[in-house]
Design a protein around this ligand. Structure first.
Ligand code: CTP
Length: 205
């Protein structure tokens, strides 16, 4: 199979040296990419800025912003059998991006933010019935209800739900995988490299 995977954070620049981002390490997406390569699949990995080596044999596409990631994912998705969206995409970006480093001035400063594209939702609307689309949900409360809402809203086949306290930027993860046919498969805490194998088994790839 040809598998498209997104990983890591995005950066939304305010000026040339400042940005809004999150603490995603990219480990989960890179582990899934490595596991898929070991199984003989062709893998395109669209990655935000992370401190991880590219798995051997992967086609690595480096991006910075949510807009860059949206462009790359929509470009490669039509030629892939499966897409796993594990990136922690910024939901908002600054309305104005300054060309020069911003100077401070007296008083408070207000930053106006606008929504970024929901990439997974866009892919869900492009998806053909032969394609598998898998998302992640990082929730701090109402894990299963929120994740199953996203599964339906974004037209996904599977969603990997994890509590924010459990997985972000750690080398292990605990999660529940929900399927579009009502499946609910819990995974106890284990290294992300091991979880990646269990997830691919579950997705049948
Ligand atoms: N995602 C995406 N594009 C965005 C935001 C998120 O493609 N702009 C994807 C993530 O990669 C993940 C899934 O959507 O696979 C869920 O992301 P999450 O941030 O947990 O949920 P949101 O859809 O942003 O919803 P909410 O903010 O309500 O939790």
């Amino acid at each position: 199979m040809k598998i498209l995977i997104s990983a890591g954070p995005t950066r939304e620049h305010i000026d040339p040296v400042r940005f809004i981002s999150n603490s995603s390490s990219g480990q989960m997406g890179y582990a899934i990419a490595a596991a898929a390569l070991r199984r003989g699949h062709e893998v395109i990995l669209v990655s935000g800025p992370v401190n991880l080596p590219a798995p051997e044999g992967v086609q690595l596409v480096k991006i910075i912003s949510a807009a860059d990631m949206a462009e790359a994912m929509k470009k490669y998705f039509p030629e892939c059998n499966c897409c796993i969206m594990s990136a922690a995409v910024a939901d908002y970006r600054p309305v104005q991006v300054f060309d020069q480093k911003m100077k401070k001035s007296p008083g408070n400063m207000f930053l106006e933010l606008e929504r970024t594209e929901d990439i997974l939702k866009s892919l869900g609307s492009m998806k053909k019935s032969s394609q598998l689309l898998i998302g992640f949900a990082a929730e701090s409360e109402n894990l299963l209800a929120n994740a199953s809402g996203k599964l339906a809203r974004k037209n996904l086949d599977w969603i990997v739900a994890n509590k924010l306290s459990d997985g972000f930027a750690k080398s292990t993860n605990v999660c529940v995988v929900l399927g579009r046919n009502g499946e609910e498969i819990p995974f106890s805490e284990r290294p992300k490299t091991e979880l990646a194998e269990g997830l691919l088994d579950t997705f049948g790839i």
